[in-house]
Design a protein around this ligand. Structure first.
Ligand SMILES: NC(=O)c1ccc[n+]([C@@H]2O[C@H](COP(=O)([O-])OP(=O)(O)OC[C@H]3O[C@@H](n4cnc5c(N)ncnc54)[C@H](OP(=O)(O)O)[C@@H]3O)[C@@H](O)[C@H]2O)c1
Length: 262
């Protein structure tokens, strides 16, 4: 299927590795020009070099920390300079540390809300203004299966990402008539560095081996396995494509059937 994104410019947040890089890679393989972002200059430079060499799209990068107040300005200025305009915005952030809901560290809550919610709103607002002018746009925000089935010990993720649900639905209604779609993509358990870290933490918490923790997690997934970054990126690419032009205001699961609610 021709996804029709070969001529598009895409800004992908938090994309030096994992899900963000996977999505950027797939978009570049479809021919898009991609701007990577994250804190690690070394990883970003290597990834951009590789993506451009593999083509057919091209890739560049901007170093930015989503905890910084001016991160949205930095991202938007780099995108304007290096892409010209953003047609496709993929919102992604670093995952928050595991905590139970009663963590007394209010400052941690504030900082994570800034990095995972406020920054996403700020950069989206800037890009959507440009998308309105061009009459075409895609906003895809990576959240988590935890918004439908809260994940134990991930209180920050469950709570902050639930705010993205109301935000995305409101945004989608406001921009739909301008040819812009806005959707949330909910990863279940996709095999990345973050997932391996979370399995290690849960193994320690439960006093079991890393392998036993991962095996128990896999057993709770009807498909019996973690998803691959490529499987996740394929869904993301469809959601930002021309083919998905009548799909907006939705939450799409990529979870191997793990979320038990309908
Ligand atoms: N993998 C899953 O199954 C899964 C499931 C549910 C939700 N999620 C969520 O999806 C997101 C991506 O997950 P992942 O598995 O790909 O995680 P990952 O492998 O840890 O990658 C995280 C990415 O975020 C970037 N990042 C982290 N903190 C940042 C910051 N302050 N400013 C800018 N960039 C930052 C990292 O780059 P730098 O280190 O270079 O900054 C990296 O590129 C996370 O929020 C995670 O909680 C993942």
């Amino acid at each position: 299927m021709d996804l029709g994104i070969g001529t598009r410019n895409a800004l992908v947040l938090a994309s030096s590795q994992g899900l963000g890089l996977g999505v950027a890679t797939r978009l570049c393989q479809e021919g898009a020009n991609v701007l990577l972002s994250g804190r690690s200059r070394e990883k970003l430079a290597a990834a951009a070099r590789q993506l451009s060499a593999d083509g057919p799209g091209s890739a560049d990068y901007v170093v930015v920390d989503l905890f910084d107040d001016d991160a949205a300005d930095t991202l938007y200025e780099a995108a304007s300079k290096l892409l010209g305009r953003v047609d496709i915005l993929v919102n992604n952030t670093g995952g928050p540390p595991p905590t139970d809901v009663r963590t007394p560290d209010t400052d941690l809550w504030r900082r994570q809300i800034d990095a995972m919610l406020i920054r996403v709103i700020e950069i989206t607002n800037r890009c959507v203004d440009d998308m309105r002018r061009s009459g075409w746009g895609r906003v895809l925000t990576i959240a988590s299966a935890g918004v439908l089935q809260p994940i134990p010990n991930l209180a920050l993720s469950n709570t902050i990402r639930s705010a993205l649900v109301g935000w995305n639905k409101t945004l989608s209604s406001e921009v739909a008539a301008a040819g812009i779609t806005a959707n949330l993509l909910l990863p279940g358990r996709i095999d990345t560095e973050r997932l391996r870290q979370l399995d290690a933490i849960s193994a320690e918490r439960l006093g079991i081996s890393h392998e036993d923790a991962a095996a128990a997690a896999r057993k709770a997934i009807p498909m019996g396995r973690y998803g691959t970054v490529e499987e996740f990126a394929a869904v993301a690419a469809f959601l930002v494509s021309d083919a998905a032009s009548y799909l907006t205001g939705s939450m799409i699961r990529c979870d191997g059937g793990a979320i038990m609610g309908v």
